[in-house]
Unconditional design. Structure first.
Length: 119
């Protein structure tokens, strides 16, 4: 499974961005999809995730500002980011989980898209 993220860029504080991530390759049934982020010198931080059934989970720092959604038919996950803050600046990494032929969950990661929040 390959993950390609789109939508990053430069935005002013208080602005909005929408990220998308498309999965391709050998796709049987992707379970969870989500986003992590990593700023310079920082550890990877959980941002949001959505199950195949649509249940969502968010990191504390983005609750109320970010919304995750997905299109199962297209194998795409979206992240709507509102009220952006400078501390949201990071590389946003797409993540997906799919079970292999033995039923073992396997993690897949995209290369990430840079989000910079600055005036």
């Amino acid at each position: 499974v390959q993950l390609q993220a789109f939508g990053g860029g430069l935005v002013q504080p208080g602005g909005s961005l929408r990220l998308s991530c498309e999965a391709s390759g050998i796709i049987i049934r992707i379970n969870d999809m989500g986003w992590y982020r990593q700023g310079p010198g920082n550890q990877r931080e959980f941002v949001a995730a959505v199950t195949r059934g649509g249940n969502t989970n968010y990191g504390d720092s983005v609750k109320g500002r970010f919304t995750i959604s997905r299109d199962n038919a297209k194998n795409v996950v979206y992240l709507q980011m509102n009220s952006l803050k400078p501390e949201d600046t990071a590389a946003y990494l797409c993540h997906a989980v799919q079970k292999n032929m033995w039923g073992t969950p396997v993690d897949y990661w995209g290369q990430g898209t840079q989000v910079t929040v600055s005036s």
